[in-house]
Design a protein around this ligand. Sequence first.
Ligand code: DC
Length: 510
Amino acid sequence: MIVAIDGPAGSGKSTTAHAIAKRCNLKFLDTGAMYRSVTYKCLADGIDVNDEEAVSKVAEAARIDFGRSAEGQTVLIDGQEVTHQIRTPEVDRNVSVVAAYPRVRHAMVERQRELGYTGDVVAEGRDIGTVVFPNAEVKVFLTADAAARAHRRAVQREGGDAGQDASAKADAAEEQQILRDLVRRDKLDSSRKESPLKPAADAHLIDNSGLAPDEVVQKIVDLMDEARSKSQAPVPAEPEAPAAAKAQEAAPAKKPAPKGATGEKNKPGKMRAFAGNTFDDYYDHGMREFPLPARALYAVAAAIVTFVTKVLWPWKIEDARKLWDDDRGRVVVMNHTSMLDPVIVICSLYYHGKRVRAIAKSEFYTNTFVSWVFSRAGTIPIKRGTADLKAVRRAQAALKRGEVVLIFPEGTRIKSDDQPVTIHGGFSLMAQMAKAPVQPMAIVGARDITPRGTHWKRFGRVFCKAGDCIEFSDLGVKGRKQQAQRMEEVAMERVYALRDELRQEHPNKK
Ligand code: DC
C-alpha cells in the first residue's frame, strides 16, 4: 500500500510517517530529505543555489539513498552520509529555492517513484499525492497553524519533543526566527510554478494543531483499513470485456496482486495535450492514452516510414498473422541486425491495431531530441548490465495493457556470424511478471543494408518470420527462476531456428 502524506514544513509529517512506517511495516520515504541533500551538496561544493543550471546538474547526477543506523534512517548522497548535515539552518534557508527548479524536481520524483515501486511505502513531502504517487491508496494533507509548527521545530532543535511533552519550552527569539522562516518557506513552496504545495483533490485534510501524535497516526491507520477493505470489495463486471479479459475469466480466481507491485497503481493521471508531459509520462502511460497530437504525429511518421522502407528495402513478414492473432500483450524477441528491424515490427503491428513498446538502451536517451522522439515512439529505456526494475515494471504494465514489448536480446546489432553475442535475459522476467507469452521472430537481409565497415546503404529485400508464442506453462519446468531461465533458452533457440529457416528459403540473405 502507498500512503502519501503532504503538508507544510513542521506540520508533523515526519513524526507521523515514521510512526506509521513502524506500526504498519512500511518503508518510510522522506522526500524532503532528498531536496535537502541536493541543497547540502550544492552548498558544500560552493555552487550558488541561484544558478539553476548548475544546481539542476547536481540533482541529475546525484545518487540519493536511504540507509539505517542505530539512531534510525540515514540519508546518503553519492555515498556520503549527510543525515545530520541536511538539517542545519543554512540548508533550511536555501532548500525551497532548490526544490522549485523543474529539473531538480523531475530528477527527485523519478528517484522517489523508483524507491516507491519496490514495495509498500509511506512517503511524505509536498507533492506526493498530487505528482509522485497520484494513485496512492491513502492521501493525507496534514496542517497545523504556523505558531504551533514553529514551536514544535524550536523545541525539536533544542532536543525536545513538543508532540510528546505539551509543556516543552524553547528560546522565544529562536522560535520567532523559525516562525518567520516557516512562513517564508510555506509561501515559496505553495506559490512555485512546479508542483506547488497543495492538497490532492482526494486527500483527507487533518489539522493536527490540537491532536496528539498518536491520534493523528490512528486516524491514518483507520484510513488505510478503509482503503484496504474498499480495494478488496468485488469489482463489478465490465459490460464489454475485451477478448483477452474474457479468455481469462475461464481461469481460476487469483489472489489480488500486492499493491504497488505492478506499477499500475502508481500510474500517473490522464495525459493532456500541451500540458508539459514529461518523458516519464510517455513511458508510463499506454500508447493509446498519449495526447492526440502525439498520436497523430505517430500515425504520420508510421505512414512515411512504412512507405519509404518498403520502397527501398521491400520487406515481408512470413506468418505475420501470428503476431496479431489475439489481444494479449506479448514479448517479441528477435535477432538484431539493423535499425530497420524495430521499424518493421512497429509499423506492421501498428496497422493491425497493436502498439509496440520497443526496449532501447538508455545510452540513446542522453540527447534530449532523441529522448523526445523515442518517448513519442513508445520506446522504454533500459539500463543494460543492471537489474533495471523500473524498465521491467514499465514493460510489465505495458504487457498488461495488451501492448507488445519488443526486445532484441542480443543487445547490439550483429553484423556478422563471427561477432560474439551475449544474450540479455531480462525479457523472460518481464513476460513472467506480466504472465505474458514470449514470441520469437527473426529477420534476414537487413544486415546487408549497411555491410560491416561501410556507411553506404544498399537496396534489397528483407524477410522476417514470426514464430508461435511460447507459454511459460508449456516449458515443462517448475519454479519461477527455472522457468525464466528455460524461457530464455527456448525463445532464443527458436529465434535462431527461424533465422536458419529464412536463410534456407533465401540463400543469398544473411
Ligand atoms: O519536509 P522538509 O522540511 O524536509 O522539506 C524540505 C524542503 O523541500 C521544503 O522547503 C519543501 C521541499 N520539498 C518539496 O518541494 N517537495 C517534497 N516532496 C518534499 C520537500
